[in-house]
Design a protein around this ligand. Structure first.
Ligand code: DX5
Ligand code: ZN
Length: 216
């Protein structure tokens, strides 16, 4: 059993509340929210206000992915805005600040997550594995939806599942980027239990069937 986390980057912003209600009706339990600062990644997206507004219109799990520099400066506001999971990039700050940020997120009653870009090895997050509820492996370079899935991330995914099984077996292992019904299968085979899908889910002619199939 896996969990689908539809990435709202590909949702219909002009009919957003209706689109989220439909996404819930289609069977989704989580929503993936990409926060980009135009600096850590070469794109911009949503801020606190958007997460706060989402919290008012949906009771689905808000899986917030911060693609921003020095997340220690902003994490608290995203916690207050209503994130359920708040995931920060290991590349975005010093090890000391990454540790502090994860602790700060936890102290707000929010579940902390850590994410690695494609070129970052599994070992780079080893020290944080016991203290997080979610590990995210990027299967594209972060910044944009609709990119090609990087199958060469699978050994890293598998390795992280093994590492987690030793120190934190309850922790979710999530993949993000280029995930569709075919690549999603490969991710599940390699240990992922949460699958982010943006363009493939929102572009699907039958989203309910997509959700049911990928969550099998
Ligand atoms: C990319 C984002 C993803 C993106 C995925 O930087 O983190 O969440 O929305 O989009 P797809 O599923 O279209 O690759
Ligand atoms: Zn994302």
């Amino acid at each position: 059993m896996a969990i689908l986390s539809p990435s709202i980057l590909s949702a219909d912003y002009m009919h957003f509340a209706e689109d989220m209600a439909q996404t819930k009706a289609d069977g989704a339990k989580w929503l993936h929210v990409d926060i980009m600062d135009g600096h850590f990644v070469p794109n911009m997206s949503f801020g606190y206000a958007w997460v706060k507004a989402m919290r008012k219109i949906t009771d689905l799990v808000l899986d917030v992915h911060l693609m921003i520099d020095t997340p220690i400066k902003y994490a608290e506001e995203f916690c207050k805005a209503g994130a359920d999971y708040l995931t920060i990039h290991v590349e975005a700050d010093t090890p000391e600040n990454i540790q502090k940020t994860l602790e700060q997120i936890r102290s707000h009653g929010v579940k902390p997550g850590i994410v690695v870009k494609p070129k970052t090895p599994a070992e780079a997050i080893a020290q944080y594995l016991p203290m997080v509820d979610l590990v995210l492996v990027m299967t594209v370079e972060p910044g944009f939806g609709g990119q090609k899935f990087m199958a060469d991330m699978m050994p890293k995914l598998k390795k992280l599942r093994q590492m987690l099984d030793e120190v934190n077996p309850q922790c979710h292992l999530e993949v993000d980027g280029g995930v569709d019904l075919t690549t999603g299968e490969v991710c599940k085979e390699n240990g992922a239990d949460v699958l982010v899908a943006g363009s493939a889910f929102f572009g699907s002619a039958d989203r309910a069937a997509f959700c049911a199939q990928i969550e099998k």
